[in-house]
Design a protein around this ligand. Structure first.
Ligand SMILES: Nc1ncnc2c1ncn2[C@@H]1O[C@H](COP(=O)(O)OP(=O)(O)OP(=O)(O)O)[C@@H](O)[C@H]1O
Ligand SMILES: [Mg+2]
Length: 307
């Protein structure tokens, strides 16, 4: 009897234990289910965030593309205006040697008709014709380089002096006609430094700096522009100094801003310096104003080409 009783109690206890375990299992299953739901929910949230991030990235890319397009358009517009201004100047540059060529030919013809042309003078006339033709061809070469399509222009090694000479060929005559003394120390070996560059882009930077100086000093009694080159370790600093007084702090803050100009309407777009700065940054270089100089001095900083 007591055995049966014990069996009943054990069975009862087992049933109770089974129920408790079942209950605990049920609770755990519920908890797991809840957790599962939570995971699903957070996965959905993650997906949502990911989608939003993708959309945002797409928007950023689109805006970057739009900005790039705008930059190219602005650049193109400024270049067209610069080329327009340049065309007027070029006429002067070419006209002068051309006038001399024509006068020389006329003289040679006249002397020949009179039978007064000896061999020595004939050779002298020819030399003169050669130098003047070479001058025109330099001007055309400079024009060709500076107006070359910029987009996709390759970075190639070039000698600094050659780039500056291309640009000077386009404005030397104008400077001479307006009694602007152009000072450049051609013997300075740093001018013969090789740089890795987009040549036409760099020509435009130099041309803009020279034009800016010319415009700034044209009405001064003392008119000079000096170009200096100094190599400092792995960089070269090219200084464009003019006879104008150092820019006021207020002006210095503004000159690199796009569209800032003090020039009359139709003369300046106010983009020259900001685009020059962008070009130089693209060359891992820089453009800044020398604070030490008492005259206006813009410094172009470029890395030199190391083999
Ligand atoms: N050498 C300088 N001396 C005095 N002021 C200068 C000199 N260079 C630049 N500036 C000032 O900075 C302004 C901006 O120059 P920037 O080259 O950007 O434009 P811009 O010459 O006016 O027009 P753009 O170059 O587009 O034809 C000029 O209008 C001028 O006021
Ligand atoms: Mg300018």
């Amino acid at each position: 009897m007591s055995g049966l009783y014990t069996l009943m109690v054990v069975t009862l206890l087992s049933v109770i234990a089974l129920c408790v375990t079942g209950l605990a299992l049920f609770k755990k299953t519920k908890e797991v289910e809840k957790l599962k739901n939570k995971v699903v929910l957070s996965e959905a949230r993650e997906k949502l965030i990911e989608n939003e991030f993708q959309a945002l990235m797409e928007l950023i890319n689109q805006k970057t593309r739009e900005l790039e397009d705008q930059r190219n358009m602005t650049f193109h517009a400024s270049k067209m205006s610069a080329l327009g201004q340049m065309a007027g100047g070029i006429a002067h540059e070419i006209n002068n040697p051309l006038t001399i060529i024509m006068a020389t030919i006329r003289r040679v013809k006249l002397l020949m008709q009179r039978d007064e042309l000896d061999q020595e003078s004939f050779l002298k006339f020819c030399e003169n014709l050669e130098t003047k033709s070479a001058r025109i061809s330099r001007i055309i070469e400079g024009l060709r380089v500076i107006s070359r399509e910029a987009s996709g222009e390759d970075f190639k090694p070039a000698i600094l002096n050659n780039i500056i000479e291309d640009v000077l060929a386009l404005c030397e005559e104008k400077f001479r006609m307006h009694s602007v003394d152009l000072q450049m120390d051609y013997e300075n070996t740093d001018f013969h430094t090789s740089i890795n560059c987009q040549r036409s882009q760099l020509s435009q930077v130099f041309w803009n700096l020279l034009e800016n100086s010319f415009d700034a000093i044209i009405n001064l009694p003392d008119k000079w522009i000096r170009i200096e080159a100094k190599r400092i370790n792995e960089h070269i600093e090219i200084r464009f100094i003019d006879s104008g007084k150092k820019l006021s702090e207020e002006l210095q803050e503004k000159v690199f801003q796009p569209f800032f100009t003090t020039k009359e309407v139709g003369k300046g777009t106010g983009l020259g310096l900001s685009l020059s700065l962008a070009i130089l940054k693209n060359h891992q270089g820089d453009l800044f104003i020398d604070q030490e100089s008492s005259n206006t001095c813009f410094v172009v900083k470029l890395p030199v080409k190391t083999v």
